[in-house]
Design a binder for this molecule. Structure first.
Ligand code: ADP
Length: 339
């Protein structure tokens, strides 16, 4: 599902959703590079089918673009279950949730994206639905208040979140299995790129695949979007062939530098440098670079941390020594180095 982020590397807006849908894996065989997630899931599917039960509730956690929505869709196809997709922000009132739950067919996969954004009140209604397939619903108030018990058809909740830490322990404990999505290897990204190129009917050369995979930040969504940008150039200038030169041109246009940094990354690093080595909180950093806090925390920062350019401390975000080097600036003297 679309994330609320304003910045995603290598991206422009128009047509992105259709583009992503066209490349979505259709079943487990097309869901590449995450064997460690698929194997336990396949075991659960077989066991619950043998018991003739619905699959236990599943929690998918991980950064945007790692395939949480895709896996939910592939899973529904794999087990032949109806799929209902919604999101935490769309369920802002208990009424919205009750409306959806009461209409689920038996065995439906109910995918709730951004589940950390469910209001507490709505979350509590979900508990009974998850535990007993029942909701207790009070309507009217005071002496007229009436309690209505509604039996639901057994369903499987698939909750997805980029912010696992924001889920309460009672909520988290209600999921039978937790799948943690990690960044993909470059080989897995290369396989995803090759599959996408085939679907898009473009010729993607091997060394170009390698460079795109290296710059995809472990994220299939970014890999596919870099490919899309390269395809534009290849179509206009290179007879639909994406080679190394086309990728190089693509990166120039997207202002991706030799280290793989894009403009928003550089803005974050520069804002931290301007703080002169003092830690900056997420809020202040967001204001300084003009990006939403979630975008910084979920999209920009994780990669900068993995590159060793930025670190999170209890006081806020700081540049690492390599971060200063990346900006071509001397690191300010710290207490230890000064003393
Ligand atoms: P999330 O829900 O975690 O934000 P998505 O499922 O929307 O991520 O993935 C974004 C896009 O990346 C998908 O449309 C699909 O094209 C591609 N993708 C993600 N994971 C995989 C995978 N394992 N194999 C192939 N393509 C993938």
């Amino acid at each position: 599902m679309r994330q609320s982020s304003t910045f995603e590397p290598g991206i422009s807006e128009g047509g992105e959703i259709d583009f992503e849908r066209g490349l979505q894996p259709q079943d487990f065989s097309e869901f590449l590079g995450q064997k460690n997630l698929l194997e336990p899931l396949q075991l659960m599917i077989r066991a619950s089918a043998a018991r003739q039960e619905t699959l236990e509730h599943l929690l998918f956690t991980g950064l945007p673009g790692l395939g949480k929505t895709s896996l939910a869709m592939a899973l529904a196809k794999e087990i032949g279950a109806p799929l209902k997709m919604t999101s935490g922000p769309a369920l802002s009132r208990a009424k919205d949730l009750v409306g959806i739950l009461s209409q689920l067919e038996k065995g439906t996969l109910l995918f709730i994206d951004e589940i950390h954004r469910l209001p507490t009140e709505v979350e509590e209604y979900l508990y009974g639905a998850m535990d007993r397939f029942q909701i207790e619903w009070t309507f009217d108030a005071g002496v007229h208040a009436r309690l209505l018990k509604l039996d639901l058809k057994p369903f499987t909740l698939v909750g997805a979140t980029t912010r696992e830490a924001l889920l309460t322990p009672p909520f988290r404990s209600r999921f039978g299995h937790h799948l943690r999505f990690e960044p993909y290897s470059e080989e897995a990204l290369a396989a995803i790129l090759q599959r996408s190129a085939k679907l898009l009917r473009i010729h993607l050369e091997e060394d170009a695949t390698t460079v795109l995979a290296e710059h995809a930040r472990g994220t299939p969504r970014i890999a596919n979007r870099l490919l899309r940008r390269a395809r534009d150039i290849a179509q206009l200038e290179n007879d639909n062939r994406v080679n190394r030169a086309v990728v190089k041109r693509t990166f120039q246009l997207l202002e991706i530098d030799a280290r793989g940094l894009e403009r928003p990354d550089r803005r974050v690093l520069e804002a931290l440098a301007q703080a002169g080595g003092r830690p900056l909180g997420l809020k202040n950093l967001g204001v300084a670079v003009g990006e939403a806090e979630d975008t910084i925390a979920e999209v920009i920062e994780p990669w900068l941390i993995r590159q060793g350019l930025l670190m999170r401390t209890p006081q806020g975000r700081l540049l690492t020594p390599q971060g200063w080097v990346a900006l071509g600036l001397p690191a300010p003297a710290t207490d230890e180095t000064a003393g």
